[in-house]
Design a protein around this ligand. Structure first.
Ligand SMILES: [Zn+2]
Length: 426
């Protein structure tokens, strides 16, 4: 073990202890609750700020309550290499989603400082607020405001579901009454040459394959129809012959299976970028009966991919399938309003640095797609970005979310090596 890995291990141990302490302070019953721009998130912010000061690092806070730490490089005029994640959690979530990436970024800065290394570019830790969407009905609030992708005029009036107060009121309550006056982005591509986010995987792949580190290949975008319907005709379950039926449930089932076959085909080709879910299905309780042919079914339809071309293909499949099923079964689909987000590409060069860093420390890594994170806001702002995923059991957004300390340490070691590579690269 070289001296710098020793410094990273020591800092990772302190970061782990900080994360555990914040978890205890923000536990509510079974789970962890750190409300966006609210009490739990503020507790975490105060603990993190105290850690930063105790480590002798300079803390800055922007107009939206995001926190920043700068470790100047040999050429501080160059765009910096940043890492970070978010402080908030979903209601009754786990301790690691977001917070692991926050304390990992701090650990890297502490370790680089303590090891005496002085990379060419400056390093930054960026500690974000308000990433989780349940609170204000929209995600990435802290990073969006910080990067100028949304303004307070646009989103300051959003109301938090539990408090009934607006985002502007919550910010003012935390002492950030001037948020609306911040007229330009805090950071842009001229300030940051790279953004890395360490994050728990939230899925079963790393755990299943016994690999501690994942390298995100892209952030899935999605196409969603929250309120779709299929209309058929109600009829007598025992009396209407098959050829005369306009069965809405059978029609929907065909659509569901057509998409499942499309997905299976992708997987068979070794392509893991597509996902698809029909999470809500309901016949009308006022009209349905075991003895009636169903005349209507409501459903949600939701597919995602890291590549736009796959979403385009899936959309074409949806249109084709709907037309065919309508003709064959005498039903009518109304998909309703389409909502969604575009997929976001991560930076290939940074992905390579993450893989090289893991390999240099004897750590296995696996390329895998991931979902939306703050990283998306950086990438969409023209800042090259990539993600280090850390193995975790039991998924995420639930109290059973878990992480082994050894895996966290492996993640910090990987992140540190990737940031130093980026900081010293041409
Ligand atoms: Zn997260």
């Amino acid at each position: 073990m070289d001296s710098s890995e020793q410094a990273v291990r020591a800092a990772a141990a302190e970061a782990w202890a900080l994360m555990r302490a914040i978890g205890e302070l923000t536990r509510e019953g079974e789970g962890i609750t750190r409300a966006a721009f609210g009490a739990g998130e503020q507790v975490a912010a105060e603990q993190v700020a105290a850690f930063i000061r105790a480590k002798g690092l300079a803390l800055e806070t922007d107009a939206f309550g995001n926190m920043h730490v700068l470790l100047p490089g040999q050429q501080p005029e160059l765009p910096a290499i940043a890492a970070g994640s978010h402080l908030d959690s979903v209601p009754q979530g786990g301790n690691f989603d977001g917070l692991a990436g926050v304390v990992a970024a701090l650990a890297v800065l502490v370790a680089v400082r303590d090891s005496g290394a002085r990379p060419r570019r400056s390093l930054r830790a960026i500690i974000l607020r308000g990433e989780e969407s349940p609170w204000f009905g929209t995600a990435y609030i802290g990073s969006r405001l910080m990067l100028g992708r949304s303004t307070m005029a646009e989103i300051g009036g959003l109301v938090r579901f539990d408090s009934g107060q607006t985002l502007a009121q919550h910010l003012a309550g935390l002492g950030f009454a001037d948020a609306a006056r911040q007229s330009r982005p805090v950071f842009g591509p001229r300030d940051l040459a790279a953004f890395f986010e360490l994050h728990i995987e939230q899925g079963p792949l790393l755990e299943g394959q016994g690999i501690p580190i994942g390298v995100a290949t892209g952030l899935r975008g999605n196409v969603r129809f929250p309120e779709a319907r299929c209309f058929g005709e109600y009829g007598h379950a025992s009396a209407v012959p098959r050829a005369h039926r306009r069965d809405a449930v059978v029609a929907l089932s065909e659509l569901v299976l057509a998409f499942d076959a499309f997905w299976a085909g992708r997987v068979a080709q070794g392509d893991d970028n597509f996902v698809y879910t029909v999470g809500k299905v309901a016949t009308d309780p006022a009209q349905h009966a075991m003895t009636k042919v169903p005349g209507e079914v409501r459903f949600s339809f939701n597919f995602g991919a890291t590549v736009e071309a796959t979403l385009t293909e899936a959309r074409a499949l949806l249109e084709r399938s709907v037309r065919e099923i309508e003709q064959r079964r005498g039903v009518r689909f109304e998909l309703g309003t389409e909502v969604g987000t575009p997929p976001v590409a991560v930076d290939e060069a940074l992905m390579g640095m993450i893989e090289a860093s893991a390999a240099a420390h004897g750590l296995g890594s696996l390329r895998l797609p991931t979902v939306g994170h703050d990283t998306a806001m950086f990438a969409l702002s023209g800042i090259p970005a990539a993600m280090v995923m850390v193995r975790n059991a039991h998924g995420s957004h639930n109290p059973r979310e878990s992480m082994e300390e050894a895996d966290f340490t492996a993640g910090v070691i990987t992140l540190a090596g990737a940031m130093e590579r980026a900081a010293n690269a041409g």
